[in-house]
Write a protein that binds this ligand. Structure first.
Ligand code: ADP
Length: 497
């Protein structure tokens, strides 16, 4: 009997689709933004959807010791990259039941930070090539689907087809490229084509990777070579075929529309759960919001703001860049400061916005706190203690912050774009329906008036506010539905199901 059931289990295992999930960031190993959240949650959900998933990412020197000390060396080999032949170690860590592989090369990944180096184009090409090479070195794992994420791994489908074509192991692999933000493409001088990528003279690759004069575009290459493209929200998948959102690759996306789909990212409700979150002192749920009031008081105390429950806190958490609507914010900051709310901004980004906000912090010090840093625990305290989260993004592929805020009963105030449009339903004063507030145009005053209405509702209609909070807290932006959609794409690519 034992043998028989083992055989059945083995057969089941063999029938499962094997997915190698390649990504540059994954919580708790690396996070600089939403990509890290996705890397740390989506693979687990794909596993729950019945897929045999393994994650592969760089072994950064900043990964906490508690994890590096538990990694085991699996294998090592050399990766050809242009004229180079580079060492690549593969370390393995079982984390919460999932296999994570770490690509080890001290020269490229012992830098103190994941990005921002003169040779990023080379480091990232190395990682993509190492991922493809690794497929033949991973014990007991025959990859069916290579799932790439963003420009850091977009070269993998290019390498796969141009260098590894003809070998059964690689020929049977189908590729999916998920674009988390089309803005970041990895553009380099065309010298990389020969020197780094080794693709010079391969006409198809030269054409498909080039963009404009003497420029090579990694993401464009991936978009042209991959078998399926996904954008991280349905609305963004529509928007990107328009030149305003298309970041110069809208023509490629229009041409490849038939293989492109928009699938909303989810959030990890075990990490963002106001009932259990270890980063906050008081806990709460949709059934009892008293803890939230205390979280607000504690946040006001921590930031040295007047401890007044009647004054709403408008928070912003995220990168201080043009994408996130910082031009709108700085354009009418004085008016926002005059709305009778407290403003809390946590983020880092472009110097011009940081400097402008520092000026406002000086001018409006009574009710504005500016926290120019990346601080995960503080972000949780702000999500829990604030009343509103402002996200006036010019474009937003998916956006996680608005979903996280909703989980904590903090109402999002957003511009209707990308994933923000797909997740936030604006308050309807006639029916009381909605889960936040939104405005349509990239217009500072439209944002200001929406904020003004939100502040007024907070102050004047506690019941309506509470209703919105409860609706927001009950929204389900988990990965469940999305991971099934990914599974369907894998099955279609492999001709199964
Ligand atoms: P992005 O475009 O940066 O990926 P998202 O809204 O998708 O934006 O995700 C941003 C993620 O990074 C959220 O989890 C947010 O809480 C977190 N985050 C952004 N900036 C900071 C910061 N300064 N400190 C802590 N967490 C931050």
């Amino acid at each position: 009997m034992a043998t028989k059931s083992k055989t059945k289990k083995q057969t089941e295992q063999e029938q499962k689709i094997n997915v190698l999930f390649a990504i540059f960031e994954a919580v708790p190993f690396m996070k600089t933004g939403g990509l890290g959240d996705v890397g740390g949650s989506m693979p687990f959900e794909l596993k729950k959807a019945g897929l045999n998933v393994r994650v592969i990412m760089p072994k950064f020197d900043t990964i906490p010791e508690e994890y590096t000390s538990r990694m085991v060396h699996v294998t090592d080999f050399y990766v050809p990259l242009g004229w180079r032949n580079l060492y690549c170690g593969i370390e393995k860590l079982m984390y919460k039941g999932l296999t994570f592989y770490f690509v080890d090369n001290e020269y490229y990944f012992h830098r103190g930070a994941p990005y921002g180096y003169f040779d990023d184009g080379e480091r990232i090409a190395f990682f993509a090539k190492a991922v493809v090479e690794a497929m033949t070195h991973l014990p007991r794992f025959k990859c069916d689907i290579l799932h790439c994420n963003d420009w850091h791994t977009a070269l993998a489908p290019v390498f796969l087809r141009e260098f590894y074509h003809g070998d059964k192991i690689w020929d049977n692999v189908k590729t999916v490229l998920t674009v988390h933000n089309l803005k970041f493409q990895g553009k380099y001088s065309d010298y990389v084509l020969g020197d780094v990528l080794g693709l010079k003279g391969i006409k198809a690759a030269e054409d498909q990777l080039s963009c404009g004069r003497q420029t090579i575009n990694y993401l464009k290459g991936g978009l042209c070579y991959t078998d399926a493209i996904t954008m991280v929200s349905p609305t963004y998948a529509e928007e990107v075929t328009d030149p305003f959102f298309g970041e110069g690759v809208e023509d490629v996306l229009r041409r490849r529309r038939s293989i492109m789909r928009g699938i909303l990212n989810g959030i990890d409700y075990t990490a963002y759960n106001p009932e259990k979150d270890k980063a906050i002192k008081e806990h709460f749920s949709a059934d009892d919001l008293t803890g939230k009031a205390e979280c607000k008081r504690l946040l006001q105390a921590e930031l040295g703001l007047p401890e007044n429950p009647e004054v709403p806190i408008i928070a912003m958490i995220g990168r201080l860049t043009a994408q996130k609507g910082c031009d709108l914010l700085t354009r009418v900051f004085g008016e926002i400061a005059g709305l009778g709310a407290q403003i809390v901004i946590l983020g880092t980004g472009d110097k011009k916005y940081e400097d402008a906000l520092k000026g406002f912090a000086y001018e409006f010090g009574d009710n504005f706190r500016l926290l120019l840093k990346f601080d995960e625990a503080l972000s949780h305290r702000i999500y829990a203690g604030a009343d509103m989260l402002l996200m006036p993004s010019v474009f937003e592929p998916c956006g996680l912050a608005q979903m996280i805020a909703m989980a904590y009963g903090t109402l999002p105030v957003v511009r209707e774009t990308g994933g923000l449009k797909d997740t936030v339903r604006p308050y309807n004063k006639f029916t009381g329906e909605g889960n936040g507030f939104s405005f349509a145009h990239i217009n500072a005053h439209e944002m200001l008036f929406t904020l003004k209405d939100a502040v007024a509702l907070f102050k004047e209609d506690k019941e309506a506010w509470r209703k919105l909070q409860l609706t927001a807290m009950k929204e389900d932006y988990s990965w469940e539905k999305s991971s099934l959609e990914y599974r369907k794409i894998y099955e279609e690519l492999l001709g199964r199901g």
